[in-house]
Ligand binder design. Structure first.
Ligand code: NAG
Ligand code: NAG
Ligand code: NAG
Ligand code: NAG
Ligand code: NAG
Ligand code: NAG
Ligand code: NAG
Ligand code: NAG
Length: 473
């Protein structure tokens, strides 16, 4: 059942004393859900398993039991728990019964014989303990620390060949076959763990989000367990795909609350948001050109020198009735700061204004410094992450001018109006629709609740894991 638990742990498919900007806590509820999913999956898989051949020598007769496939499997609910002495998981299954059928062959000198076989293996107990760790590249690793198996009893029913002679010797074979099965269980379990480990090794710890940003979610430290949950910390940093430049600020440590009622809790620090902001900024992507056709039709104020004469009286005298453009660009990476119940965003920008001459050349007019402060809320609803934003402050000042000095108060009020009546409503319409919470091929978050805290957002959630088409394809 470990594979399904591991899917929950690697839900972001996600080294030197860095603070994690993203944390994931898997609770006991999540572990039990993973176990339940995994147990069903194993039961299904077991029906198709072919057992390895068993061979040996009893009373001078070499025997081989071959082609044994599971006919029926009575798979009791396993138990699984977190271990705290080593960060890991311990799973036990007790009282597993399996019915198998296959073929037997014996050889004594040149005498060969063979036939079919039904076998029942009773009361198999297996205990398996794995340790969760981090490999040098920041991937999750699993390794077996302990495995113990015992088989209660074995019954065999031979038919065909000289099985009537053979039958009387069953009691001699029985303990040998039982020991062989017992001896093979843990190596079999470990082979599966090796396979799981190799899939984990193949996972990427960074992801190209688009042509601009890549996202690094390597583990920042070993997973930590307190016996009732496992917590993992991820780097959670966006970097610019071209510059690969780390942001000039560090992730701050944060502590998530315990939410045992949910399967998992994901914490996202403001560092992650700010690294994305920085990534966009360093690529010069935070800029836009505004022209008159972008101003809503209903607005009485147009982006031309005539209309702007109301705010800058000398402008229409210098340049009568010309269209204007505004080039707005961030002068610093916008900064997100998260507080309890509210998120803040500060933007510092510059605005270059130009008039467009009749022959098409741009005539520089004046430059403005623009400061914007927003606050916003985020919540989850119907499986979507939603939000709303409002403007707290807008300040405008004249940085330089080709048209002489003028008062910016009236222009500042105009921009405030524009933000409140045009920009924010359309932004909020988009935020209100929301974006879907992360949905991977194998897992989906359900019943999520979001809480904003100082420095981070915390999403507590249940998950649905789909194992139908195998685990890693
Ligand atoms: C078992 O094997 C058969 C034939 O190979 C296949 O059709 C079936 O889907 C398999 N069942 C499971 C549970 O893998
Ligand atoms: C860890 O502790 C559990 C019980 O809490 C015990 O069963 C297990 O053997 C221990 N494992 C190691 C490696 O010490
Ligand atoms: C890992 O990333 C590489 C390159 O971006 C990609 O080709 C590969 O398919 C990825 N592997 C997985 C398992 O997603
Ligand atoms: C991700 O971050 C880790 C830790 O800082 C670093 O070692 C690794 O090189 C980074 N990976 C990528 C692809 O940037
Ligand atoms: C304004 O900008 C938009 C988008 O860049 C462009 O399609 C449009 O032609 C421009 N309008 C004028 C009048 O320059
Ligand atoms: C400028 O705006 C005014 C409305 O304020 C409008 O009457 C005039 O036609 C506009 N001029 C240009 C060149 O678009
Ligand atoms: C375009 O018009 C402006 C102002 O009317 C003038 O200064 C500039 O020289 C003209 N440019 C060209 C290429 O005609
Ligand atoms: C807006 O910012 C300016 C400059 O930082 C400050 O003087 C003013 O009090 C702020 N207004 C509000 C409503 O916060």
């Amino acid at each position: 059942m470990f594979p399904s638990v591991i899917v929950l742990l690697t839900l972001f498919s996600c080294t030197h004393g860095e603070n994690p900007a993203i944390q994931l806590t898997l609770t006991n509820k999540g572990l039990q859900y993973g176990k339940h999913m995994g147990a069903g999956w194993i039961q299904e898989k077991l029906e198709n398993v072919t057992f390895p051949d068993i061979s040996g020598k009893v009373l001078g007769i070499s025997y081989t039991l071959t082609g044994m496939s599971v006919q029926k499997c009575d798979f009791p609910e396993p138990t699984v728990e977190f271990t705290a002495n080593v960060t890991g998981l311990k799973a036990s299954i007790s009282g597993l019964n399996i019915a198998l059928s296959g073929w037997w062959r014996t050889r004594l000198g040149i005498i060969h014989d063979g036939g079919s076989l039904n076998m029942a293996v009773f009361n198999v107990d297996v205990t398996h303990e794995v340790e969760l760790g981090k490999d040098p590249d920041g991937r999750l690793s699993v390794s077996t620390v302990d495995c113990a198996a015992s088989v209660g009893d074995v019954n065999m029913d031979f038919s065909g060949g000289a099985s009537w002679i053979f039958r009387s010797f069953v009691r001699y074979y029985k303990s040998h076959v039982k020991d062989e099965i017992q001896r093979n269980i843990c190596p079999g379990v470990q082979a599966h763990m090796k396979e799981l480990e190799s899939h984990l090794q193949a996972m990427n710890v960074s992801l190209d989000v688009d042509e601009i940003l890549s996202f690094n979610f390597s583990l920042t430290g070993e997973p930590v367990s307190d016996g009732s949950s496992v917590n993992m910390g991820f780097k959670g940093e966006f970097t610019n795909f071209h510059t690969h430049e780390d942001p000039p600020f560090d992730a701050q440590p944060f502590t998530m609350s315990k939410q045992p009622g949910y399967m998992l809790t994901i914490g996202l620090s403001e560092y992650t948001l700010n690294s994305a902001s920085y990534g966009f900024y360093t690529d010069g992507l935070l800029q836009t050109l505004i022209n008159d056709s972008m101003i809503p039709k209903f607005s009485p104020v147009r982006l031309n020198t005539t209309s702007m004469g109301e705010f800058i009286p000398q402008l229409p005298k210098l340049y009568p009735d010309l269209l204007m453009t505004l080039q707005v660009y961030a002068t610093q990476a916008p900064v997100f700061s998260l507080q309890a119940g509210v998120g803040k965003l500060g933007v510092l920008a510059a605005v270059k204004t130009s008039a467009i001459a009749k022959n098409g050349t741009k005539i520089p007019l004046f430059n403005l410094n623009l400061g914007l402060k927003f606050s916003g809320k985020m919540w989850t609803s119907g499986g979507n992450l939603k939000g709303s934003m409002m403007m707290d402050n807008l300040t405008l000042s004249l940085a330089s001018t080709e048209v002489g000095k003028f008062e910016t108060v009236a222009l500042e009020n105009l921009m405030k109006q524009g933000m409140k009546m045009v920009v924010l409503p359309s932004l909020n319409a988009k935020l209100g629709k929301g974006i879907m919470l992360p949905r991977m091929k194998k897992a989906k978050l359900v019943n999520s609740v979001l809480k904003m805290e100082k420095g981070f957002v915390e999403i507590s959630s249940d998950a649905q894991v789909y194992l139908k088409d195998g685990l890693f394809d």
